[in-house]
Every structure is written in C-alpha cells, then in structure tokens.
Design a protein around this ligand. Structure first.
Ligand SMILES: Nc1ncnc2c1ncn2[C@@H]1O[C@H](COP(=O)(O)OP(=O)(O)O)[C@@H](O)[C@H]1O
Ligand SMILES: [Mg+2]
Length: 258
C-alpha cells in the first residue's frame, strides 16, 4: 500500500456528522479511512467524539496508552499520541477512562487538527451525536463535512439541522451518505436530496457483515471487501478523491469474464 507524496497536496480535514446517534458515523469513519489508504492516500482518523469515544474499538485500538484526551490536556504531543493501524492508517483514539474524559477542553480541537496540516492527505474525524458545544468545536477543527443519515425522518431531520449548523460555521458540506438502506418503504434518495438540498454521495445498504465486522474489530472494507456495504464505501472513497471507481474482480471473473 503506497503512501502518496503529500508535499504538493493540501490536507483535507473532513468531519462525519449526524446529530442523531447510531446512524453509522464511527463505522463510516473507520471504513472510509481505510478505503482512502487503500487508494494510496495518507490518512489519519481522529476520534473527536470526546464524551463517548469508540473509534478505537471499531479498529481494535481501544487499549492505546496515549489518546486525544491526553493531547487536549497537553500531556502528550499529538504526533506521539497517534498509533499505526495495520491496514495503513494513523489513528488518534479517545480514552475509555472516565476520569480522563471528564472536563476535557474540546475548544482545543482546532489546534490539534491544525498541527497535523501537511502531515497527511486526509484527516477524517468522528464526532459526538449532538449539536452541543463539543460538536461546534469539532466543526471548527474541520473544513469539509459529510453528513450521514439513515433513510428515516428522525435521522433526516437531524441531518438537516447538521447541514444548517455546518453552513453557519462556514464549512463546506460535501453531501449526505444514506446508511442502512433496506426497506423500500423508507425515504428514497430523491426525497432525501430534496429535503436536505445537498447531493447524496453514497447509499450504503443494510449489511449484516457490518455488525459482524464491528464485533471482530476489523472494518468491513477489510473484513468482507466484496460485501455490498464495503463496495459502496470504496466507491465513496473514489468519489472523494476524484478517482473513477473500478470494481475489484475475483479470479474467476477475471479469467472467464464472469
Ligand atoms: N450499513 C450497515 N448495515 C448494518 N448495520 C449497520 C450499518 N451501519 C451501521 N450499522 C450498525 O449500527 C450500529 C451503530 O453504528 P455506529 O457507526 O456506531 O453509529 P454512530 O457512530 O453514528 O453512533 C453499529 O454497531 C452497527 O451494528
Ligand atoms: Mg459513534
């Protein structure tokens, strides 16, 4: 897996935002980071969900000794707090220790991501499920926003608020990812685009492999790379980087054209 020369590229700081909890932010951050790395993009995943961090858990890095909470408390330099994931990304995890979590200063988040500018192609950020002060600080630490929603009215309503708040904070909303698409009776892509006024970037299907991959702490793009959800996330990574998506074909399909 190659790391691109980043000297002539700007670091893109992208936040995955939802407002509503449980829609798939952390799953998207962990998988998209790896999908970007597979494209040769030097990527850092940051757990900016300071009150309930669990990105490390999704990536099997939950026992790291240094975390974003240590960085925000000025105990550790950010470069020393990042750990390497075997699938080719660097990760700034959150602490699971409530004593470290309580009272941490989210207002320093912009400083943290600014200090990483020029050190990666992409900084991908997870955040809390609310629009409180912590998420406002997280917004200040990014330039672009991907909003994620499920295809139901409660989460689309929160996505709508998220788009408004991101706009008020002067951030560019790249579009919306619809996650857990299954029931034909649910809201459709066109309806969601009309309600939200931003393009749909990806439609990730409901895929039982996602839950299985989380329990093995291996993101689905690696756990089941040919599953429907993994393919859609890889497609999204191509879209973000401006590359055409080429579906990987198995040995039989390559030899016999199946
Ligand atoms: N595409 C999907 N298909 C099936 N289950 C999913 C999918 N995306 C997420 N999930 C399930 O939803 C749960 C919540 O996802 P998570 O990424 O933790 O959401 P959030 O970070 O927004 O709270 C996960 O534990 C997983 O089981
Ligand atoms: Mg989460």
């Amino acid at each position: 897996m190659g790391i691109t020369n980043i000297s002539d590229k700007l670091t893109r700081r992208i936040l995955v935002l939802s407002g509503k909890g449980g829609v798939g932010k952390t799953s998207l951050v962990s998988n998209l980071a790896i999908a970007l790395a597979e494209l040769g993009e030097n990527t850092i995943a940051v757990d900016a969900n300071l009150t309930t961090p669990n990105l490390g858990m999704h990536l099997g890095l939950h026992l790291t000794s240094k975390t974003i909470h240590d960085v925000l408390r000025d105990k550790v330099d950010v470069r020393k707090a990042m750990c390497f994931h075997p699938l080719g990304i660097r990760v700034l995890t959150g602490s699971l220790n409530v004593n470290k979590i309580r009272g941490v200063n989210a207002g320093r988040l912009p400083e943290v991501t600014l200090s990483l500018m020029g050190k990666a192609d992409y900084i991908l950020m997870d955040c809390a499920s609310s629009f409180g002060q912590e998420v406002i600080s997280t917004l200040a630490a990014c330039d672009e926003v991907i909003v994620i929603t499920n295809p139901d009215l409660p989460s689309v309503t929160e996505a709508f608020k998220g788009i408004k708040i991101a706009g008020q904070e002067g951030k560019e909303v790249l579009g919306v990812v619809i996650n857990r698409l299954k029931d034909k009776k649910k809201l459709k892509k066109e309806d969601i685009e009309e309600i939200l006024g931003v393009p749909v970037l990806a439609e990730i299907p409901e895929d039982e492999n996602v839950t299985a991959s989380i329990s093995t702490k291996t993101p689905i793009v690696s756990y089941k790379p040919n599953s429907p959800a993994a393919k859609e996330i890889k497609k999204l990574a191509c879209k973000i980087t401006g590359r055409p998506y080429k579906e990987e074909r198995g040995i039989f399909s390559r030899i016999f054209g199946w």
